[in-house]
Write a new protein. Structure first.
Length: 343
């Protein structure tokens, strides 16, 4: 076996005779050995070419082994290198200080050759195993991240497909879901939701009307006022959307957000008549974004009512139907931050 394969060891001792004996024992066993006679030289040698293991004398002048070990552990280049302390003393307090400084083992002088080599072999092998494990974990983590990216891309493609299909059946609201998602995303950022929640809001916005797939096209595009029965059919779309999405395991509660986007704080919404804290914050955001976008845009039964009318609507129902913080964030976006819903 090549010496480099066995391990690269740095031996540190201020006594030349002890250092030579230690070096000779290790070289005879086939290890590559470098030596340093002071703590300062040891730190320099370890930083320039980090060894696989360091055998470090504790009692040295100027900079003792405890100080050297602390410096090694504070340096990113050498902090993972195992350190075995060597000393003629068996003082328990000194040994404890050595372990507290970061040492992995302790060998007393005079050296017992077999014991010394057994400890060296053990810690070199443990360090190699640890390094292999870290490499495997890094590789597996990279694989999982790549897999997660592929899954998210697939989910996004599926969600986009759902959104396009809904809009093909309802040309008068083409782009409505996309615009609601854009505004909802901006509101979510303004009220400082987590990045994960913001992504969920954006995706839920893009498919919040997916349940309209099950509503007859002639009702969706009817130019006149809807009858009571027709409106009751329209009101079923949150539940229809929930039924479509609930079987899919998304990283976000998309099915529940879609189900709740017509719920209101005071319990006057549908389909479940939820109120206040029973409603997800993502759904509360969509409720505001949906109303604002719908009022601004043209519909088969009326022209667009304009931004001010939409903002007046949510302001008038602030605290009753809509979450105050969300209403305030929406108004700030338009009136202070020059937000514009994309065409």
């Amino acid at each position: 076996m090549d010496m480099h394969d066995k391990g690269n060891i740095l031996a540190v001792d201020d006594t030349p005779a002890s250092l030579k004996l230690l070096t000779d024992i290790l070289k005879a066993e086939g290890y590559e050995v470098r030596s340093a006679i002071t703590g300062e030289l040891a730190l320099h040698a370890a930083a320039v070419n980090p060894p696989d293991l360091i055998l470090l004398d504790i009692r040295m002048p100027i900079m003792n082994g405890i100080e050297v070990c602390r410096c090694l552990k504070a340096d990113s280049r050498t902090r993972d290198v195992p350190v075995i302390f060597v000393s003629a003393s068996s003082d328990l307090s000194e040994i404890l200080l050595g372990f507290e400084a970061g040492a992995v083992d302790y060998v007393t002088k005079p050296y017992q050759r077999d014991e010394l080599l057994a400890r060296v072999r053990t810690h070199l092998e443990l360090n190699r195993l640890r390094n292999r494990l870290e490499a495997l974990v890094e590789a597996r983590t990279a694989e999982l991240r790549a897999s997660e990216r592929k899954l998210r891309d697939s989910l996004l493609a599926t969600i986009t497909g759902f959104a396009v299909f809904v809009e093909l059946r309802d040309p008068y609201t083409a782009g409505h879901q996309r615009r609601v998602a854009h505004l909802a995303n901006a509101i979510a950022k303004e009220i400082r939701l987590t990045d994960h929640q913001i992504e969920g809001v954006n995706l839920a916005g893009k498919i919040h009307d997916i349940g309209k797939i099950q509503i007859p096209s002639e009702i969706l595009s009817k130019p006149g006022r809807l009858s009571r029965v027709e409106f009751e059919l329209i009101k079923q779309h949150p539940e229809c959307g929930y039924d479509i999405l609930k079987a899919v395991s998304f990283p976000w509660p998309l099915a529940e957000i879609v189900l709740q986007h017509h719920e209101r704080l005071d319990g006057s919404g549908y389909p479940r008549g939820l109120s206040s804290d029973q409603i997800l914050v993502e759904a509360k955001i969509l409720a505001v974004a949906d109303v604002v976008e719908s009022m601004i845009s043209h519909r088969p039964y009326r022209p667009g009512l304009g931004l001010e009318a939409a903002l007046d609507e949510i302001t008038g129902k602030r605290g009753k139907e809509f979450e105050p913080a969300i209403v305030d964030a929406c108004i700030r976006l338009f009136r202070e931050l020059d937000y514009i819903i994309p065409g």
